[in-house]
Design a binder for this molecule. Sequence first.
Ligand code: AHR
Length: 500
Amino acid sequence: MKHTKVIMDKDFQVSRIDRRIYGSFIEHLGRAVYQGIYQPGSPFADEQGFRKDTLELVKELNVPVVRYPGGNFVSGYKWEDGVGPKEDRPKRIDLAWSVVETNEVGLNEFSDWAKKANTDVMMAINLGTRGVAEAMELLEYCNLDQGTHYSELRKQHGYPEPHNIKLWCLGNEMDGPWQIGHKTAEEYGRLANETAKVLKGIDPTIELVACGSSNSGMATFGQWEATVLEHCYDSVDYISLHTYYGDGDHDSETFLANNVDMDRFITDVANICDYVKAKKHSKKTVNLSFDEWNVWYHSWDHDQKLERWTQAPHQLEDVYDFQDALLVGSMLITLLRHADRVKIACLAQLVNVIAPIMTSDTACWRQTTYYPFWLTGKYGQGIVLQTQVDSPKYKNKKFGEVDFVDCVTVYNDEADELVIFAVNKDLQESNTISLDLRQFADYRIIEHVVLHDEDLYAVNTEKDPMRVAPTTSADSKIENGTLTAVLKHKSWNMIRLGKA
Ligand code: AHR
């Protein structure tokens, strides 16, 4: 059996975790909104038409923030179409996804849904087809109390209290040639700065996210961030990162190594932020919002063949397998290891569309990826400790030699728990990790939770919703102040230690 040595120390800390790294995303896309969170007439619908079964799973996930309404969708969206009496709302073409948007759900309904889901809204602004004026009007509608045109309009629409949305995205993926209203870094940087200035003038309590690169492979990556931040460094709080990984080649070893790219991407963007900071002699630090991340590839072929201009089709409905859950687990470990710079992250997305939660007319169930996301969010609270991992390595086609074992330790000072998250990417062999417990010597094992399946391609479906689900392991022990735990081959693990 292989062996991995893990070293941590309570006094060597990366950062306190910002809970918003466990955020998610709902776009007007496919069946995310319509049939996913909203389905009037369904036996699961509440008095507003929101699906209660979906709400229960979203509440279980306890996502602190949900980005809305897009995504590519937002770059052609008129928010005014989705407010006021439903019978007056226009049906529009959504050019981003070649479908029809009915506007039955808009920002007021979504805010109601967010309250029911115990989450906050992270609102994205259209900077594709629209500009400074419309962004100002939207913020006035959402956050101003009363006495102005748009705040009074919100009241007329039945919302006397402001929504008080604190987190705003200045557009979406504006570096991407596919984006409606795509811009150069110069064009976008200036627009982001001018928009940011007036938005903070209207409500100085908000935080703003500027668009970074759509992924680390973009030809403009690096230069884009530097140029955009040259323009808007002083007026924004975060820069975004997006990434999706796939296994089109059926090469699991390479697929599971993709979080190496995520790790480098984060380091590079943080360095660019600090380069602009130094150049500007600024005291302010711009942090990172990884506001779209996931696996996405299973639905590509299906979606190429979709008929245009239908309403809420089955679109981007990836059915996630067990190996996707392993990579999602590793990506969460990567985000935690960078908790000093990544303050917001959104698993893209939340329901039906590349999502941990799926719905049909008759049920709602958890995909494989639900489990690492749920358990990391639930128990990965408190302070990330610097975690030295001395793991055996393997070679793969894209990243050269990488560690078999990804690992991070988190000290939850409120619950007085030490939590270890680890993924063993070895497809054949188990790996024993040993961890010198140092200041945690009097702790005991509360539980060792494992997600493992012999079949990398096993999936959860409506008929078999628990095919891939966590179990507990008895294969860990503490002896002479050292934790020894067996990580099964191809497995995600969470080991909780406490004084109980
Ligand atoms: O999440 C799906 C899409 O991926 C989003 O609309 C877009 O921002 C990204 O390219």
